[in-house]
Design a protein around this ligand. Structure first.
Ligand SMILES: *Cc1c(COP(=O)(O)O)cnc(C)c1O
Length: 434
């Protein structure tokens, strides 16, 4: 096993082959390293906080399955639960007791959720939650925030146009302008603009969807009063407030961001951690809203593999492991240790770098500006990030392959791995330039 990656020849070869059969060689675009240049690394296995590629290189992993693997790779409790589930079968297409157990666990954990429906991905969760919001309110418009990602449903693939109050431009080809016209995009942390939007068309707005802590433009925290203001406005106008906690659910606290900030959303979307590394999503909220979903109510939503026994077993094992006392303190302590060390290195090097962090989520922005929304995130020097990313990679540290993503610390990261990360960071910052 080589601890400092040197040879990527098998990855290079595999990438060539993959591109013949899969568009861009990847099943999700950001995996292709377009934002940082170079060739993606093909992984073979994970163990604890380590990833191992097909050339035999080893990395300390801060991608964490895009936030799914809060316990690290192959956690013994998750593996055991999967082995037990596997003995019984992979899919029944009928209700199972395991699904009720996971739903019960989610309801007990997340303050605002009284009932929950399991789906297969975060995208399905947000898409279904918005259908439900429209069905429940009888209104059509939705509000989202610039830089927030809620999966790839058509009406959510919008970022803001030139003016904050103009209708959004789609981020993708193949989306009907009619669909986009129902989506209003507002800058994150901007209550004034949100107020104007509601004054203008509050009666037509079915829901506001938000990442209560943004993780998809890099980590951006809600400013004091922002989430409270959002709750007040939506309540006043009878629009639903949807928290997309696909990243933050069971990540920032057992009850997610809503537990930390003390906000009571109408609906919450979950994913990532609740599948323990298998494909799962969920949406839940107040009973009187959730009971609008079929078969009880008129809002249709279904899934062949929804509540899949393997995924549910892995998710349940993960949640149970996270219930032990001190887990979130431990994650926060590790993260603070890393961040304070990196901050010292940044100061010494006089590097133009800003770190945003909360709980076990961290983004290293290559800008001296305080990042509080999408616009300020975009001040980041992405070329510097690309150089930094590759310099970390060749030192055996695997970061997300884009400036606008989140690094995840897991319970499996050891002191030794963290020290290696800090050492590597020092060299990478020196190399990247200030
Ligand atoms: C990852 C993510 C999604 C989409 O989840 P998928 O499982 O990739 O469909 C939605 N919202 C947020 C906040 C996410 O981070």
């Amino acid at each position: 096993m080589k601890y400092v990656p040197q040879n990527f020849s098998k990855s290079i070869d595999s990438y060539q082959k993959a591109q013949q059969f899969i568009p861009g060689g990847v099943n999700s675009p950001v995996r292709a390293f377009k934002a940082v240049g170079g060739q993606p690394v093909f992984m073979e296995k994970g163990e604890g906080a380590f990833l191992y590629d097909i050339d035999g290189n080893r990395y300390v992993d801060y991608l964490g399955g895009w936030g799914s693997l809060i316990l690290g790779h192959r956690h013994p409790r998750v593996i055991l639960a999967l082995e037990e589930a596997l003995k019984k079968g992979t899919s029944f297409g009928t209700p199972t007791e395991l699904e009720t157990a996971l739903a019960k666990e989610i309801v007990a954990a997340v303050p605002s959720i009284e009932m929950v429906r399991l789906v297969n991905s975060g995208t399905e969760a947000t898409m279904s939650a918005l259908r439900l919001a429209r069905g429940y309110t009888g209104r059509n418009k939705i509000v989202k925030f610039e830089g927030c990602y809620h999966g790839h449903a058509d009406f959510l693939l919008v970022k803001a146009g030139s003016g904050a109050l103009t209708l959004g431009m789609p981020t993708s080809a193949g989306i009907s302008p009619n669909i986009i016209a129902e989506t209003i995009v507002v800058p994150y942390n901007d209550l004034i603009t949100l107020n104007k939007v509601f004054t203008r068309e509050g009666e037509n707005i079915a829901a506001v969807i938000i990442e209560p802590v943004a993780g998809n433009m890099g980590v951006v925290l809600p400013q004091p009063g922002f989430l409270e203001g959002l709750r007040d406005l939506t309540r006043h106008y009878g629009a639903l407030l949807i928290f997309d906690e696909v990243i933050t659910g069971f990540r920032l606290a057992y009850g997610g961001a809503q537990e930390i900030y003390g906000i009571d959303p109408d609906l919450t979307c979950l994913g990532k951690i609740i599948g323990g590394g298998l494909p799962v999503g969920a949406y839940g909220g107040k009973c009187h809203i959730m009971e609008q979903v079929a078969p009880v109510g008129p809002v249709y939503q279904a899934g062949t593999l929804a509540g899949n026994p393997l995924a549910v077993a892995a998710g349940l094992a993960t949640l149970r492991a996270l219930k032990q006392p001190g887990i979130y303190d431990d994650l926060a302590r590790k993260t603070k240790y890393i961040v304070s060390n990196l901050t010292c290195i940044i100061h010494e090097a006089k590097a133009e770098v800003t770190i945003n962090h909360i709980g076990s989520m961290v983004t290293i922005f290559f800008t001296p500006v305080k990042v509080k929304d999408y616009q300020t995130a975009c001040y980041s020097n992405t070329e510097k990030y690309a150089r930094f990313f590759h310099r970390m990679l060749v030192q055996g540290i695997y970061l997300p392959p884009s400036q606008f993503e989140t690094c995840f610390i897991s319970l499996s990261h050891t002191e030794e791995q963290i020290s290696q990360t800090i050492e590597s960071f020092k060299k990478a910052i020196a190399f990247t330039g200030t």
